[in-house]
Write a protein that binds this ligand. Structure first.
Ligand SMILES: [Zn+2]
Length: 194
């Protein structure tokens, strides 16, 4: 969660892709079950505990959640964390969008029920997740952002050397990110704890 708030790269996930992390995540304490299958997100409007896999790329519901996570039970919106850089950009650009925001939100809300019609969370497991694809996407986004976009914003030069160094760096970072995520999502509670 801290990574979500402080990493400037997350700004693309949040503002462009609409990938969001809720303010609160609950973990069920069940032995021998992967963490991915034990994540619950509580709707603060209807108090329903929903399986975290309701919002996943397999159902095309992991992205386009610009206004928060939609709750299929009560049609409410579950509040989400805000990335610090995204927050700053939204604050600075406020005059550009405040006039249209209600209209955009209503349009967005109207499209949500159809997206959550056929959700079967049992289908999603760590072993069925395409981790290679996830690593490539993460590495590519970070590479473009840190090698081209950041120097541009900061007024620094983009050199062939900086590009050549960045390629292996982000390839390794993408691999580590996915390995860590895969390990974490697959974590089981040792039966000794229960
Ligand atoms: Zn709800």
């Amino acid at each position: 969660m801290l990574h979500y708030i402080v990493n400037p790269g997350i700004l693309i996930n949040e503002l462009v892709l609409g990938q969001r992390v809720p303010n609160e995540i609950y973990f069920e304490q069940v032995a021998d079950t992967q963490l991915m299958e034990r994540q619950y997100i509580k709707c603060r409007h209807c108090e329903t505990m929903r399986d975290g896999r309701t919002w996943s790329s397999q159902h095309n519901t992991a992205f386009k959640n610009w206004f928060g996570l939609y709750c299929p039970s009560c049609e409410g919106v579950i509040p989400c964390l805000r990335n610090a850089t995204a927050w700053l950009i939204l604050a600075v650009t406020y005059p550009l969008w405040f006039w249209w925001i209600d209209k955009w939100k209503n349009n967005w809300l109207a499209k949500q029920p159809a997206r959550y019609k056929n959700i079967d969370v049992q289908e999603i497991t760590v072993s069925k997740t395409n981790w290679v694809k996830a690593g490539i996407i993460y590495g590519s986004i970070m590479f473009i952002l840190m090698t081209f976009l950041f120097p541009l914003v900061m007024g620094e030069a983009i050199t062939l050397k900086s590009i050549l160094i960045a390629i292996p760096v982000w390839a390794i970072a993408g691999l580590l990110f996915v390995l860590l995520l895969k390990w974490w999502m697959g974590k089981r509670i040792k039966s000794g704890i229960n």
